[in-house]
Design a protein around this ligand. Sequence first.
Ligand SMILES: NC(=O)c1ccc[n+]([C@@H]2O[C@H](COP(=O)([O-])OP(=O)(O)OC[C@H]3O[C@@H](n4cnc5c(N)ncnc54)[C@H](OP(=O)(O)O)[C@@H]3O)[C@@H](O)[C@H]2O)c1
Length: 241
Amino acid sequence: MDQTAPGESLSEQEVADRYPWPDDQPWVRAMMVTTLDGAAAGPDGLSGSVSSSADQLVFNAVRRYADAVLIGAQTIRAEQYSPMKAKPEDAARRAEAGQSPAPVIAVVTGSLDLPWQLPVWSESTNRPIVITRETADPERLATARQHADVLTLPALTPDHIIDALVGRGLRRIVCEGGPSLLRDLLAADRVDEADITLSATFSGTEHSPVTTALPEVKSFRLVQVLEQDDFLMTRHLGQGR
Ligand SMILES: NC(=O)c1ccc[n+]([C@@H]2O[C@H](COP(=O)([O-])OP(=O)(O)OC[C@H]3O[C@@H](n4cnc5c(N)ncnc54)[C@H](OP(=O)(O)O)[C@@H]3O)[C@@H](O)[C@H]2O)c1
């Protein structure tokens, strides 16, 4: 297992290099932070309040060479997602890997009840993607199409969702939550890697989202631990990966 020495600090590029993406196959990473008492959100209902600069360093590093950032609708309704913009320092490496200049944000929603006022829709480098059902409300579909590329699927199953992204050439997918979407991806065995930060905080679980139980326990293999400012940034691989 790869780990940092206590007190060792890594540069942003060194952190990015610790989170390599496979060259050719589709790969889904789950990126989440959890408190010591198992909460996915702080007392304000947001994950930022239990995060830290070290956690953000890893979060940003994983995004740098991703094709798509996949989130559930409740996450974009709760968190103020910023526009996803190209960074000059990543341009050469992304171009060399055949990637567009920035990752694209992809939001899974059945309701299409999304915060269209956020600048993430209009100011991101790539037009965002909204993933919904073929049977979605036509008026809401028309609104969504004003702000995003809308993918309508026969069902919002993880296989349909991931395959639709991969079908658009988006193979390097980081799922930034929330817990409900992650739970569904896990149930369908569509999480290749879990990058989970253990926040050195307790926050109570009252405002933390809960999920329905998985049909069975899913075991992952710990392959890396980075430690900074009392936070543990872990990297786990799924069965057979
Ligand atoms: N700790 C962390 O790292 C972290 C990360 C992200 C979010 N969060 C926190 O977690 C909370 C949000 O998470 P959450 O678990 O409540 O919600 P979520 O997974 O972000 O979103 C759930 C919503 O996404 C859509 N959706 C997701 N999967 C679906 C599926 N398989 N089929 C149909 N629709 C699907 C539905 O949208 P519609 O309702 O539109 O139909 C559903 O209500 C927020 O408090 C956020 O701050 C924490």
